[in-house]
Design a protein. Structure first.
Length: 109
C-alpha cells in the first residue's frame, strides 16, 4: 500500500525566525489588547475598507438593505473601532425597522 501523501509545510510556517516570531507576537498581543483591528492585523488598507463602505452606502441608498447589511457587518468585524462603519450599520438597522439594534450601533459609533 502506498503511504498517503502529506501536505508540504515549509519550514517558515513551523519555525519562523526569531525576528518574525517577535513581530507576530507583538501584533497578536496588540490585537488582544484592542490596540489594532482585525483589518490591521490582516494587512487591509484603510482605502480598501472605505471603498467597500462606499459600495455599502450605495446599496443602502438604493434600498438594497440586506446587501448593505452584509457589507457593514463585515466592515464592523474587520474594524470594530471605526465609528463610521457602526453609524452606517445603525442606519441599516433603522431602515430595517430594528430600533434597538440601531441604537446600539449608534451608541457604539
Amino acid at each position: 500500500m502506498e503511504e498517503a501523501a502529506k501536505p508540504h509545510v515549509g519550514p517558515h510556517v513551523l519555525d519562523p525566525n526569531p525576528e518574525r516570531r517577535k513581530k507576530l507576537l507583538e501584533k497578536f498581543y496588540a490585537f488582544l489588547e484592542d490596540k489594532v483591528s482585525l483589518a490591521e492585523l490582516k494587512g487591509f488598507k484603510k482605502e480598501q475598507l472605505y471603498l467597500l463602505a462606499e459600495a455599502g452606502h450605495v446599496k443602502l441608498k438604493h434600498g438594497r438593505f440586506d446587501e448593505a447589511e452584509k457589507i457593514f457587518q463585515a466592515l464592523c468585524l474587520l474594524d470594530h473601532r471605526n465609528a463610521y462603519f457602526h453609524a452606517a450599520m445603525g442606519a441599516v438597522h433603522q431602515k430595517k425597522r430594528r430600533p434597538v439594534e440601531a441604537i446600539y450601533e449608534y451608541s457604539t459609533a
